[in-house]
Design a protein around this ligand. Structure first.
Ligand code: NAD
Length: 356
């Protein structure tokens, strides 16, 4: 087991809370990484971890990532995440469990705002919302709905910045974009790219989704083993995390990687530097996939519809700035530096020259 307080100190976490509820069997952890910029919104992930330690490590890493994502998006929001530790894979979600999770979230008095993530649904969010106003992304009890279309739009905006940085202008006409994962985000991203004139190469373990993209967008199907080495102008990983390590980077046949999946790189410190050294422009995942958190946070903060759109469009400028700041080096490093400087300044629109 890790030394928790030492790890929290090293990773700058404010608070980590554990909870078990005998009636529902809920076992959950909420990690609040930072509230320096504001209350912290982050999804509730339901997952069967091999060990409790794995669940703890995941929630610590994910919550830190949320702080960086919100800060880069210029939101007055901190970073947090929660995990529900399932006794078995695919353990069915129940209203009783979700309500217990809602009460756990409520005990943090709004410092943490829950939302949908892997293993939870709009229904689960609405169940949690029966017990607390501090959740977003439901449709019946709380509002916000599915943020995926907003995430797709933000990723599209990030891609435009990558293309411009790579000297290809901003248009997608005639460009080939390969998408791994035609799920909630991937399918909408495919639609946006198709409407903008891109040719699509798509892969998914679910053949029905691939066939839908073939039918709707004239996409070329690709087998899941080959999508990461497809010859293309932009590769957009929109399925799982940790898909690009040294071997996959070596086999890339693209010079732009920009996708919505969280934690695309196996080891971001190492792999972002390798991508840069190989001349591949990498739009950092937590910068380009911030559309969903901007949408739900914006609703929480009471932003107008037009402000939400402007903030999503601003992902293009933020990505461009981060690519320029990196000056040919690791774009992951330059994105983390921007986030840390805003957190250190205590203001999402200011930067501190003393960020650690
Ligand atoms: P999703 O579950 O709807 O879609 C994921 C898709 O990937 C599914 O269709 C699945 O079949 C496919 N897939 C799984 N393994 C695959 C493989 N090996 N090869 C090809 N396809 C595979 O999830 P989503 O909501 O679309 O999210 C996609 C990614 O974006 C995730 O990494 C998620 O964490 C990240 N993300 C999503 C949001 C959001 O608003 N939904 C926001 C930020 C980040």
């Amino acid at each position: 087991m890790i030394n928790l307080l030492e790890t929290m100190t090293a990773m700058d976490h404010e608070r980590v809370c554990f909870h078990q509820d005998a009636e529902s069997g809920l076992k959950a952890i909420i990690a609040v990484h930072s509230t320096r910029l504001g209350n912290a919104l982050g999804g509730t992930r339901r997952w069967h971890y091999a060990t409790e330690h794995d669940g703890l490590v995941d929630v610590l890493r994910l919550s830190q990532g949320m702080s960086y994502k919100s800060a880069c998006a210029g939101l007055p929001m901190g970073g947090a995440k929660s995990v529900v530790l399932l006794p078995e894979p695919n353990w069915a979600a129940t209203e009783t469990e979700a309500c217990a999770m809602g009460r756990f979230i409520h005990s943090l008095n709004g410092a943490y705002i829950g939302a949908e993530d892997v293993g939870t649904s709009i229904q689960y969010v609405d169940w949690m919302a029966q017990e607390t106003p501090h959740v977003k992304g439901g449709e019946a009890i709380c509002n916000g709905g599915d943020p995926s279309p907003w995430t797709a739009k933000g990723t599209f905006n990030g891609m435009k910045a990558c293309l411009a940085y790579a000297g290809r202008g901003e248009g997608f006409g005639g460009l080939r974009v390969a998408i791994q994962g035609m799920g909630h985000v991937g399918m909408v991203l495919a639609q946006l790219l198709h409407e903008a004139g891109a040719e699509l190469i798509v892969a998914d373990i679910n053949d029905a989704s691939v066939q839908e993209a073939v039918r709707r967008f004239g996409a070329t199907p690709c087998c899941t083993d080959d999508i990461l080495r497809a010859e293309c102008d932009v590769l957009a990983p929109c399925a799982l995390g940790a898909v690009l390590g040294p071997a996959e980077i070596d086999a890339l046949q693209t010079d732009i990687v920009c996708g919505a999946a969280n934690n695309i790189l196996v080891d971001p410190d190492r792999d972002a530097a390798t991508l840069a050294a190989q001349g591949v422009v990498y739009g950092p995942d937590f910068v380009v996939n911030a559309g969903g958190v901007i949408h739900l946070s914006g609703i929480y903060l009471g932003f107008s519809e037009s402000s939400l759109l402007e903030r999503n469009d601003a992902i293009e400028g933020t990505t461009a700035r981060i690519l320029n700041d990196a000056a040919g080096g690791s774009t992951y490093e330059s994105a983390v530096a921007l986030a840390k400087s805003r957190i250190a300044a205590g203001d999402p629109l200011q930067e501190s020259c003393h960020a650690g």
